[in-house]
Design a protein around this ligand. Structure first.
Ligand code: SAM
Ligand code: SF4
Length: 322
């Protein structure tokens, strides 16, 4: 979609927008299903990059201790726990700029992916920058989706990160697409970006070919010690509008209501699900930030008549006569 099309969509009266996005959602998805993803930080802190939102950057004193790559045993234990709690996707994140073929850490990651993929869940990894060789090997090892968020518009990105570029992000995404892995790509709102930046981010996402399989929409978790620590929370209606516009622009993508849910009311989350969000991170910790406790999410989904997606397959056309 073009920026102008997205802007016209976004600026409709709110109820018209979410009615439209709900209709699109029900055309492509079972309306009551929500994917439950479990996220594990497999290497934490001490990152060389200076992403202004990130508590794991070595550029800021955020209190996040550097931890080396977890052992395979620890990761497998966490993955089995996630599966027993009904997660259908297991996401592993690493705080580093990227990985290179031939490095010891990349070999270890490949071994971890091979073992985790035997557990029957979708495997998603977010390891920073990779090229075609790394992408091919990750795919062969069993990765379903590679997460690499563009995080904001091309214009605003240099305000947030100086140690790599927006083009670097696009290059990694192109390598992932070429490998045949699905792309998980989204961004963050609440960093001081403009509404136009949010629509430009969505314009870039909606023009990926192939389209991203999932789109995480993060609300900034203002982490102490980072340059964005004093940012105010996102306005809930702006979040709902972006979720709705994302659903319409990318009807077949899972739209993940990602970071920041601890600062969104139950009513606000309900509006997001109505507008087309159908995936959440599950469990009380994201990579370093807080997330609602599992039982709180179970209660909310039950209250809303939603349930966790039981299968891991991608969208399936639902019978029209629902
Ligand atoms: N280092 C890899 C990278 O940069 O792609 C993977 C890890 S990175 C932490 C994964 C994503 O988490 C970021 O791209 C960003 O969208 C999100 N994220 C990180 N810190 C956040 C925060 N404080 N608030 C909201 N989202 C955040
Ligand atoms: Fe490093 Fe990723 Fe955090 Fe940026 S977002 S500082 S690359 S861990």
């Amino acid at each position: 979609m073009t920026f102008d099309q997205l802007s016209a969509l976004y600026h409709q009266p709110l109820f018209d927008l979410i009615s439209q996005s709900r209709a699109v959602h029900l055309e492509h998805w079972r309306g009551a299903e929500v994917q439950r993803c479990s996220l594990l930080s497999i290497k934490t802190g001490g990152c060389s990059e200076d992403c202004a939102y990130c508590a794991q950057s070595a550029h800021y004193s955020t209190g996040v201790e550097r931890e080396e790559l977890l052992s395979l045993e620890n990761i497998l234990a966490a993955a089995k726990r996630a599966r027993s709690q009904g997660a259908t996707r297991f996401c592993m994140g690493a705080a580093w700029r990227g990985v290179r073929d031939g490095s010891e850490k990349f070999e270890r990651v490949l071994g971890i992916v091979r073992e985790v993929s035997r557990l029957g869940m979708e495997v998603c990894v977010t390891l920073g920058e990779i090229g075609p060789v790394e992408a091919r090997k990750l795919k062969a090892a069993g990765v379903t989706a590679y997460n690499h968020n563009i995080d904001t518009s091309p214009e605003f990105y240099p305000e947030i990160v100086s140690t790599h570029t927006f083009q670097d992000r696009l290059d990694t995404i192109a390598a992932v697409q070429k490998s045949g892995m699905s792309v998980c790509c989204g961004g963050i709102i609440g960093m001081g970006e403009s509404e136009a930046d949010r629509l430009r981010m969505l314009e870039v996402l909606s023009n990926f070919d192939p389209s991203p399989e999932s789109v995480p929409i993060n609300c900034l978790m203002a982490m102490p010690g980072t340059p964005l620590a004093d940012q105010p929370p996102v306005d809930i209606f702006e979040l709902v509008r972006l979720i709705a516009a994302t659903r319409i622009a990318l009807p077949k993508a899972r739209v993940r209501l990602a970071a920041g849910r601890t600062r969104i009311s139950r009513e606000g989350q309900a509006l997001c699900f109505f507008a087309g969000a159908n995936s959440i991170f599950y469990g009380n910790k994201l990579l370093t930030a807080k997330n609602p406790a599992a039982d709180v999410d179970v209660a909310l989904l039950r209250e809303l008549g939603l349930h966790v997606e039981s299968e891991t397959i991608s969208p399936r056309p639902v019978a029209t006569a629902l």
